[in-house]
Ligand binder design. Structure first.
Ligand code: HT7
Ligand code: ZN
Length: 891
């Protein structure tokens, strides 16, 4: 398997200006004629052969400038088509290929989902439709003619604007779409099928009338309205916030049920996993609504950050993904609550990206080498990539940042750009040298910033000493040598430019107005390995509030006392750090109990009691004022986060027991308050459903309270949950009740699960939630339960959503069972990975990343995990996707 390296990038030897595609849809024998207007690239090698990419293609015919190619002029394999001596002037190549969409279980290229023809071309799926220069720096103007049976495919959609349609004989018809904006092949899409439509119009700030539409399975139109509205809100937000207007006459979103990821930003024709489109109060939770809004926005925002300005090569993936995640996070923060959203984003980063950065799959935000690009759509590229953009805004300030964005879009529009192009726009607007900042793209690993504060009463100064470091595990991956990991010598690690948003809080509450000329707009910039920041004129020892709003993606080592944390929880002006203070207090308890191997029903310890007392005060004071924030403050760090804190020789059972004992303690100590809160937050009968942030926040706090009440008093909690399950009018409340009941073994649980499964037997997206709840039960019987559910009529290995809900929920979100000492959790996961690999390598590889933390667990488990990974690595006929993950995990 070959390694692709950033250092080897060369421009294409040929360019394609125009592509005319004629696609005749057929379930098993779809014919594609591609007419390509090519020319030699002035930046390429003169006279080089033209090598087009292909994948599982059958070539039917080829002509050069209208003539069949002569004998020996071309060489064809299923993976490439080579024209040995292309004309050194513009020329036209017409290629006819045949593909079988019904046999396409990889869900890359042209495939069928529930009978609907659809495509997925990123990163390298277009080569599964026709032979092509399938690389992001070859931009062409596409015209697509799609032909199909009217009965099977009444709806025919392509990129760009519709230009013609018509009948062919009695049963067939066609549509022609033209996209005037040059684009790389990965943004190509078409759809053909029986689909229902909901639509509306949007007038852009430039006065363009845009028809926007969402297509779904017939009968589900009633669940598409929220997504449609989110499209219009996204368009308006991008105009307001970044001055970006939409640039075609139509914008279509199509929901399909078989999809490898969340959604795809194809030009003018976004294709979505239906999980991120379909929403009704009875089938979707509040987090589904929030995800739909965020992903609709994300894909729409790609129209500028990704489509108008695309990536030169796949090493630059963060250029579109990190930037677009940043943009969708900002959108959600503006549409909902900014602090609540920031906390949610940081929780995701810590739960997914930090472990990735600390494990064997760690890589820089801009990797330097890959074997399989599909394995690099990672939390590091997306989420850490977004944090880099956020730091840039913090460093430059919002106005300069906006000017930099404007310049980036203006100078790079219509081009395939690099991270350097992006940074150059900001360097130009700010007049700053961003070379040191660029290290964020190059070095893997989560930096640690150790901080200590010293108060000098005589001088009335307060000094904060900072020291930054990168962990050694990460420096291996930072070498970027995926074939042979090498240690980067610690002295080669460059200090990062780290914005530290900070403030000082008085012990009795209220801000301390201390001065330091090195703090601007509340931000101190740490640029060297060590530095000390001194505040003058400080009357009394303050409590520092550091990394406000999580101003940099780092781990902070800062030995605050319990009282100092309590001060921050009660008085910090920064909501994020108030939440962080509660998390740190809880984390201290959890780590202490996990290390001590605390039994499940640990007697209430004093540190736990202090947390309870602080939470009681907090709840009394403000739970009803901001229920969404209160729900987050009440939620304990996840087991995986505790494991990250412990770092080595982790015993997942000890962590679970520690967390359980604290849940019980909080539930007991706060019980009367939590019940009162539940009552106060209950919606009066007949209240119409709203998915807005305020209503969702009230539901979140009621359900966080239910969770703790049930932990402390399983019988009473189960009774409450069963009542909620019956009376609930929203899926949020129903699912939260089911999740609470699922943690209490017994007949009540089994009955509730059976009733829920029966009620929603025809709703696959709801059954996914039901699968996931059962997959996350932290009990010995869960692997067998999962094997049983794999035989459920609604389960199919062919559908990625089913695999994610039943199997990935187990492997990623059920640490005690995945890491069972007897290895049964690893065995189950490996069994599914191997069974899936022949069908859908992308999804199989992603599932295998659940082994990312295997080196952290204690010896017995570690040996079993390693053996399981070796079984995968040594299995015959592995896909490149799975073999890459297995190989790197073991390296
Ligand atoms: N740009 C897309 C990433 C993607 C993808 C989507 C669906 C199926 C396979 C895929 N491979 C890569 C989605 C996004 O980040 O917006
Ligand atoms: Zn994206």
């Amino acid at each position: 398997q070959t390694i692709v390296r950033l250092a080897d990038y060369r421009p294409s030897d040929y360019l394609i200006d125009r592509v005319d595609l004629d696609v005749r849809l057929h379930p098993t024998e779809t014919r594609v004629t591609a007419t390509l207007a090519l020319r030699p690239n002035p930046d390429g090698e003169p006279g080089a052969p033209l090598v087009l990419d292909g994948d599982e293609l059958t070539l039917l015919a080829i002509a050069l400038d209208g003539q069949p190619t002569g004998p020996g002029a071309i060489a064809v394999t299923p993976r490439s088509l080579t024209l040995h001596q292309p004309p050194q002037r513009p020329f036209v190549l017409a290629i006819e290929t045949q593909v079988n969409p019904s046999a396409n279980t990889k869900l890359m290229g042209l495939y069928r989902s529930n009978g609907v023809y659809c495509t997925q071309c990123e990163a390298d799926g277009f080569r599964r439709i026709t032979y092509f220069l399938d690389r992001p720096d070859v931009l062409a103007v596409y015209t697509t003619r799609i032909e199909g049976e009217r009965a099977d495919t009444p709806v025919l959609l392509g990129n760009g604007n519709p230009v013609a349609q018509g009948e062919i004989g009695l049963t067939r018809h066609y549509a022609i779409w033209h996209d005037p904006h040059p684009k790389p092949a990965y943004l190509f899409a078409l759809v053909g099928g029986r689909l229902g439509r909901v639509g509306s119009r949007f007038t852009t700030m430039e006065g363009r009338e845009v028809e926007i539409a969402v297509y779904v399975e017939p009968g589900k139109e009633g669940r598409a309205g929220f997504a449609l509205d989110a499209v219009a809100r996204s368009m308006a937000w991008d105009e307001r916030t970044f001055g970006r207007a939409y640039d075609l006459d139509v914008f279509n979103v199509v929901a399909v049920s078989d999809f490898n990821m969340g959604a795809m930003e194809n030009k003018g024709l976004n294709i979505f996993n239906d999980k991120y489109v379909l929403a009704s109060p009875d089938t979707a939770t509040d987090s589904d609504y929030a995800n739909i809004e965020a992903i609709i926005a994300h894909e729409y925002f790609h129209n500028w950050s990704g489509n108008r300005v695309t990536c030169r090569d796949w090493f630059q993936l963060c250029l579109k993904e990190g930037l677009t995640v940043f943009r969708d996070q900002e959108f959600s923060s503006d549409e909902r609550s900014r602090p609540v959203h920031r906390i949610a984003d940081v929780r995701t980063l810590r739960a997914r990206q930090f472990p990735e950065d600390a494990g064997p799959l760690a890589h820089p935000v801009r990797p330097r080498a890959y074997r399989e690009i599909n394995n690099f759509y990672t939390a590091t590229v997306y989420e850490k990539g977004a944090e880099i953009v956020r730091m840039l805004r913090t460093l430059l300030g919002p106005d300069t940042f906006r000017r930099g964005m404007d310049r980036y879009f203006a100078t790079c529009d219509g081009t395939a750009a690099t991270v350097e192009d992006f940074l150059a726009a900001f360097a130009h607007e700010s007049g700053r040298d961003l070379t040191a900042f660029a290290q964020w793209y190059e070095q893997a690993g989560t930096p640690t910033v150790a901080v200590s504060g010293t108060y000098d009463p005589a001088a009335r100064t307060y000094a904060l000493a900072f020291r930054q470091s990168l962990p050694v595990v990460a420096t291996e991956a930072a070498a970027g040598a995926v074939d042979r990991p090498q240690l980067i010598q610690p002295q080669l690690i460059q200090p990062l430019v780290i914005p530290v948003a900070l403030g000082l809080v008085a012990r009795e509450g209220g801000p301390v107005e201390a001065v330091s000329e090195r703090v601007h707009d509340g931000v101190f910039v740490l640029e060297t390995a060590e530095d000390t920041l001194v505040f003058e004129d400080v009357a009394a020892p303050p409590v520092p509030s550091l990394f406000r709003g999580f101003s940099a993606p780092v781990k902070v080592e800062h030995a605050l006392t319990r009282d100092e944390r309590l001060t921050l929880l009660a008085h910090d002006g920064d909501a994020f750090n108030r939440w962080q203070a509660a998390q740190s207090l809880a984390m201290d308890v959890l780590v202490g109990r996990a290390k001590a191997g605390a039994p499940r029903d640990a007697e209430a310890g004093p540190e736990g009691a202090a947390l309870s007392a602080a939470l009681a005060t907090f709840l009394d004071g403000e739970a009803l004022a901001d229920p969404a924030f209160a729900a987050l403050v009440l939620t304990l760090p996840e087991e995986q986060e505790v494991a990250q804190t412990l770092q080595a020789e982790v015993d997942p059972d000890a962590i679970w027991r520690a967390r359980q004992s604290l849940r019980v303690q909080l539930g007991r100590d706060l019980g009367p308050r939590l019940r009162a809160l539940r009552a106060a937050l209950a919606e009066p009968a007949g209240t119409p459903f709203s998915p807005d942030a305020a209503s969702a926040g009230r539901r979140a706090l009621r359900n966080a309270a239910l969770d703790l009440v049930t932990a402390a008093d399983p019988d009473a909690g189960t009774a409450l949950a069963l009542a909620q399950l019956d009376a609930a009018t929203t899926m949020t409340d129903r699912l939260a009740a089911l999740a609470s009941v699922s943690l209490v073994p017994g007949e009540a649980r089994e009955g509730a699960l059976a009733r829920f499964g029966e009620t929603y037997r025809h709703e696959p997206l709801v059954l996914d939630k039901w699968f996931a709840v059962q997959a996350m039960i932290p009990e010995d019987g869960t692997p067998d339960r999962i094997r049983g559910l794999m035989r459920h009529p609604a389960f199919s290995l062919g559908n990625p959503n089913r695999v994610r809900s039943l199997i990935a929920s187990f492997s990623l979100n059920n640490p005690t069972q995945f890491h069972r000492p007897d290895g049964a959790g690893y065995d189950l996961t490996v069994e599914v990975v191997l069974a899936l690999d022949g069908k859908n390598p992308q999804v199989a590889a992603r599932l295998l990343t659940s082994f990312n933390t295997w080196r952290m667990v204690e010896g017995g488990r570690r040996r079993r995990a390693e053996a399981a990974l070796r079984r995968v690595a040594e299995a015959p006929g592995l896909s490149p996707d799975v073999s890459d993950i297995a190989g790197r995990s073991l390296a």
